[in-house]
Design a protein around this ligand. Sequence first.
Ligand code: F0G
Length: 457
Amino acid sequence: MPKTLIEPFRIKSIEPIRMTTRAERERLLAEAKLNVFQLRADDVLIDWLTDSGTGAMSSRQWGAIMEGDESYAGARSFYRLQQVVQGITGMAHFVPTHQGRAAEKVLFAAVCKPGQLVPNNCHFDTTRANLEYAGVEAVDLVIAEGLQPALIHPFKGDIDLARVEALLKSDGARIPFGMLTVTNNTGGGQPVSMANIRAYSALLKRHGKPLIMDVCRFAENAMFIKMREPGYEHTPVKDIAREMFSYADGATMSAKKDGMVNIGGFIVLRSDEWLDAVRNDLIMMEGFPTYGGMAGRDLEALAVGLDEGLDEDYLRYRLRTAEYLGERLEAAGIGFVKPTGGHAVYIDARTVLPDMPVAHYPAWALCNQLYLEGGIRGVEVGSVMFGKRLPDGTETFHPMELVRLAFPRRMYTQSHFDYAAEVIAEAKQHAASVRGIRIVKQPPFLRHFTCECAWVE
Ligand code: F0G
């Protein structure tokens, strides 16, 4: 067998990307106030800002788009997608929303009360924000291994069951449900093992609490279980996914990830206990229950996408892509969160810029440098994103300085990855000349999206 794992598709429709010169990129980045979120996508060569809603749809999905039934109530496309979702999740109730954060908002508004507390391995930003908006405390309880970038462990997304149990004992009355994010995006796209899902579900059940999973990347998680968890080597990924869902009482989904579509999401629920409240909120916030926040054509594309996202050849190639870039970085002496996750590689900027003080934001500086060197856009996951400026003008810093390179699905080929590996290695070679930044203007919340920066002189 040849060693090379090829892209399991061929290209039918292409979208040109534009090379810019170094001088142009210097100017464009300066105009963007040294914040890559402010760049125009046309000025980016390889856009790895996010894997969310950015992937390529298949010809089968584009064909399904034409089948969309745009009826307001009772559209055929709703029933078609409902059947697919029920088949994968085994849940009785399917509630479409326009994306993941809308699913969170609708569910939490219907079910949560101020003063409550929700444990999770790690809450994604929007999940945390939606809980906090509802007056609920969001508690991250990922296992200790999940917080050490260089440590290799097959399931760094597992939740720490001992800490969950202690919390159930001390604060059980405040907990409406437990959550679990698969894969754990905030912790490096790391998977959760079946054993951990099963035990967490049983623990919650003993305390009378439901389990709600955040399942944007459930297919990638299922493939990791197949590849890493003893006993699942020969189990079809679809059956692994079904077993994962069998331990949950409900789920929120951003279909922009493993749903293989550009927009969409949903809630699923096993029992009808919360259904009326959820549907009532849905009608107010998103739309009538048979379309939620989606067009009929989007429901059709998702019905096909969910099936394609569980294809094992595709998933093997998908996980291999991140692993391949990791191998290239390892060879260049660049640190990253290990093992590589499903949808992204998280570079440890301190290994590229070891001498830069944290006050000069090394991960942000590296992000800028990747754009200047090679037109690549990633996202800083460090002290600009998670640090804070205090009223006295001092700063708090984040323990890790990472640059996330997240890969849109079915979009970039191996040569794009080879190119990126060279650009990152060059950034390391030029480390002495990489400039740190200071923040000159920032909003009170989520400052990374809109802050304006200047070079440190
Ligand atoms: N949960 C997780 C684990 C996510 O990664 C995201 C989105 C959401 C919920 C919210 O879904 O964007 O459809 O509203 N993550 C994207 C990212 C934005 O870049 O990681 P959404």
